[in-house]
Design a protein around this ligand. Structure first.
Ligand SMILES: CC(C)(COP(=O)(O)OP(=O)(O)OC[C@H]1O[C@@H](n2cnc3c(N)ncnc32)[C@H](O)[C@@H]1OP(=O)(O)O)[C@@H](O)C(=O)NCCC(=O)NCCS
Length: 432
């Protein structure tokens, strides 16, 4: 059980993520097995929580395995090239399963009992004919009958649902202008919806934890280019990975592969630094990491103009070399675009935050805040209880990050001796 202090600490660290996700659009694919999982109720509560935090949510539910189970045992299940051949009976089963699952999700999202996290939530869920499909037709001599592919997504219709403060629920069934019904792949539907509405994230909840390297370690972040060269665990993961990469190359900012068996996987992925699965991004993503000696030239390029303007204290190259292990950086395309340092004073349990800087081209998007949070995590790992900062031009920025004014006599003695009265910097502190 978390004590109050931990709780407050946790809440402060969650704040930036809440801010970052508010108003964003996430398409969440609920993979085969999710609706039968013992974690379903908590997952639905987590989705409801995201909705209440202002995330615009689209849910797409997979039906393949449920269709297999719904068919009579003597009915042949035929897949060719990974695609189901949907005969009349299978289409009827697909339609029944989709309806049943939709009702199940709507029921769970309607829960509002006092002892549930959804107390008085009144979440609106809306579904509809947003997916137009066309038949796959006959390929290589195989007639896929009622199996279809996505022809068009009614993006305006989906946006209207989201603008209505509702969760959009999409089943893998498509309608044709001729009034026919087609069964489509749920991962294709999720990808098509995410692309059509310009989603910020496409999140696949599946049985696997994410992508793994050769030693079986989880890969937390990669680009879609590098993801395509990775080996996958099975055909299902390959299908999801392909959809994730295609979505990224077609404008979706990030795709995620998560394991629904892992309780809280979705929240862990969205509200913690390391996440719980694999994040796939189109662009070489920005990486936050500890600085090394090779970063000195790039850090100097970033901070020199700020030293000249008086915003930062001047550091010689020699001093930077000695202190480089205190620095954390954000790197983009091999260039340092933001930096910050933590100098621990272990005897007093305090740490100095210094040299916080973001390149002018990259300001205002939470980068300095991200680095500051990393340093506060580091301070916590070092068992420091508070951090302080001396600043001449960014007092208000630090106040907005939870710092409060302090006086130089509160600084550790060694720092007091170095305090430059002429610079007359403001002293601010914050609990870790
Ligand atoms: C302060 C600084 C690090 C912020 O970097 P950043 O990556 O843009 O920071 P974030 O994106 O996390 O925060 C941006 C927010 O802070 C605000 N902000 C930026 N500098 C500020 C300042 N000096 N005072 C008050 N608010 C400030 C921005 O207006 C923005 O707010 P908004 O989103 O409401 O518009 C950057 O402006 C900088 O490099 N400044 C010069 C160096 C410096 O003074 N460092 C501090 C001394 S250690």
């Amino acid at each position: 059980m978390m004590n109050t202090e931990d709780h407050i600490h946790w809440f402060r660290h969650t704040g930036p993520y809440i801010k970052a996700h508010r108003g964003r659009t996430f398409v969440v694919y609920l993979g085969n097995g999710v609706l039968e999982s013992p974690n379903l109720t908590t997952l639905v509560h987590d989705l409801a929580l995201l909705h209440s935090l202002g995330v615009r949510l689209v849910l797409v539910h997979a039906t393949r395995e449920a269709i297999d189970s719904a068919l009579p045992s003597d009915h042949p299940v035929v897949f060719k090239n990974g695609i189901r051949v949907t005969d009349d009976l299978t289409l009827a089963a697909a339609s029944d399963v989709a309806a049943r699952q939709r009702v199940q999700l709507e029921r769970l999202l309607s829960m509002g009992l006092p002892n549930t996290p959804l107390k008085d939530a009144h979440i609106r869920v809306m579904a509809g004919n947003v997916l137009t499909a066309r038949p796959i037709g006959i390929r290589g001599g195989v007639d896929y009958l009622h199996s279809g592919t996505v022809r068009k997504i009614d993006a305006e219709g989906v946006q209207a649902i989201l603008n209505n403060d509702a969760i959009a629920l999409i089943s893998p069934l498509g309608y044709s202008p001729a009034g026919e019904l087609f069964s489509v792949s749920a991962s294709d539907a999720a990808e098509a919806v995410a692309v059509a509405i310009g989603a910020d994230k496409l999140i696949f909840l599946d049985r696997h934890a994410g992508l793994e390297d050769q030693d079986g370690n989880l890969i937390r972040q990669c680009t879609s280019a590098s993801a395509q060269n990775l080996s996958v665990l099975d055909a299902e993961q390959q299908r999801l990975l392909d959809a994730a990469c295609r979505a990224c190359s077609r404008g979706v900012t990030r795709s995620h592969l998560l394991n629904f068996h892992h309780e809280g996987a979705l929240l862990e992925e969205l509200f913690t630094h390391d996440g719980s699965g694999t994040l796939i991004a189109q662009d070489p993503y920005e990486q936050a990491r500890k600085a090394g000696i090779d970063d000195i030239a790039s850090i100097m390029e970033l901070i020199r103009p700020l030293e000249e303007s008086g915003a930062l204290v001047r550091r010689s190259r020699e001093r930077l070399e000695e202190e480089i292990h205190h620095f954390s950086i954000l790197e983009r395309d091999g260039r340092v675009i933001a930096c910050a340092a933590l100098y621990p004073f272990t005897e007093t349990g305090a740490g100095e935050i210094a040299c916080v800087a973001t390149h002018p081209d990259y300001r205002g998007e939470g980068r300095a805040q991200q680095l500051l949070n990393e340093l506060i995590d580091e301070a916590s790992r070092l068992s420091l209880t508070e951090v302080f900062v001396l600043t001449t031009q960014s007092t208000h920025w630090f106040l907005e990050q939870g710092f409060e004014p302090a006086t130089p006599d509160l600084l550790p003695v060694e720092k007091q001796q170095l305090y430059n009265w002429q610079r007359n910097a403001a002293v601010l502190k914050r609990a870790v």
